[in-house]
Design a protein around this ligand. Structure first.
Ligand code: ZN
Ligand code: ZN
Length: 99
């Protein structure tokens, strides 16, 4: 089993990053085309409840909501650049820049 990394974005604390209700899963800020695995290694993830993650009504969840998905990736890159590496390194690792 793969070792879980700690989030560098938010303390887990049991609360959903988006609404504050009890967290039931983790949302990886970068995802698609293998990015989720890299985001796991980099700790670019936040605790979420199932409703805010992918089970709520479309306007209330991240996944399949184009604006929310884009903002998630922008936040992921901003956190990467704040704590891990520069834009060129991000681009190399994740294949593109969202900023
Ligand atoms: Zn939530
Ligand atoms: Zn997710």
């Amino acid at each position: 089993m793969m070792k879980k990394t700690k989030s560098i974005v938010a303390e887990h604390g049991g609360a959903c990053f988006f609404c504050g209700r009890p967290a039931e899963c983790e949302h990886h800020l970068l995802f698609g085309n293998g990015a989720r695995k890299l985001a796991e290694q980099d700790g670019l993830k936040v605790p979420a409840c199932n409703n805010c993650h992918n089970m709520g009504r479309l306007p209330e969840r991240i996944h399949d909501n184009p604006m929310a998905e884009k903002l998630s990736k922008i936040l992921g890159q901003a956190m990467y650049e704040a704590k891990i590496g520069d834009r060129e390194e991000f681009r190399e690792r994740y294949g593109r820049s969202y900023l």
